[in-house]
Design a binder for this molecule. Sequence first.
Ligand code: C5P
Length: 307
Amino acid sequence: MTSDVRIFAPAKVNLILRVLDRRTDGYHNLWSLMQTVALEDELHIHVQSDATGVHLQCDDPTLPTDGRNLIARAAGVVLERAKLAVGLDIRIVKRIPVSAGLGGGSSDAAATIVGLNRLLALGWSASEMAHIGQVLGSDVPFFFFAPTARVRARGEDVAPVRLVGERWIVLVNPGFPVETRWAYNRLSATRNGMTALSQGIAALSGKPQVTWEEILPLMENDFEAALAPTHHVLEKMKRGLLSRGAEAALLSGSGSTVFGVFPYEESAIRVRDEMKRQHGWWVSVAKAGSSSLSPHETVPLNSLQVG
Ligand code: C5P
């Protein structure tokens, strides 16, 4: 058995995010089309069979590395389920902005489960891992069915979708976080009831395959209207992307990142450079959907055992 794994955890954007009714458990039912992008955190997991405890190291000093970290919680849930007591050293290289609507924490948690499933030879399926992951956060189950999936209920009803075509995503972040729970509260306080799903979105429900051309006119996110009165810069970022040729631009998740969809990499890079220079925002280009949670085993140089 190998004792090390390196795994990349991609960011996500919500191409569609409709927040529906509030449930009795306090969460909301959702209808979302989620898509990974090739902006990735990197996790290195090392198992020590003769030790116990989870030890985390992160290159971003602002993130907690104790039991509050979603990676530590994911590791704890996996070991408990597997009834195993081993030591884990986990090193994280953080590239996805935090509390930015890009699912970074959720993707890290999903990557931890995938990595440990491989390292500890647990044999869990994607559905089993998603079931385990859903207690950690509503966005976690999606990552086991990436790159594209239709997500409903609280986030646990996930159906993979094939999105045909290539696009480049320009991600723009203003440099401040938006707390998800706060955003949901704003949404409840600011809207007058819930609008039904558009016909176009409802029609997507049963489709296993869609094209970018079909999705672009349907892109919407209920958090845009909820955050507009308090966060004017989000509208400015969106206008900046649209005026520079984005086919569509939208808030991702509950913010604070806004993204634009571009048909060519060169134009996406030009827009990134312009927006960075003019506004000083954090801006990044990532290809849509070119990433998934696949573990890369790293075999120690002094070992001939591969497995
Ligand atoms: O599941 P997660 O920890 O990401 O959720 C953070 C907060 O977002 C929840 O406490 C809840 O207030 C809100 N939420 C919701 N409905 C969802 C997902 C999240 O109301 N489907």
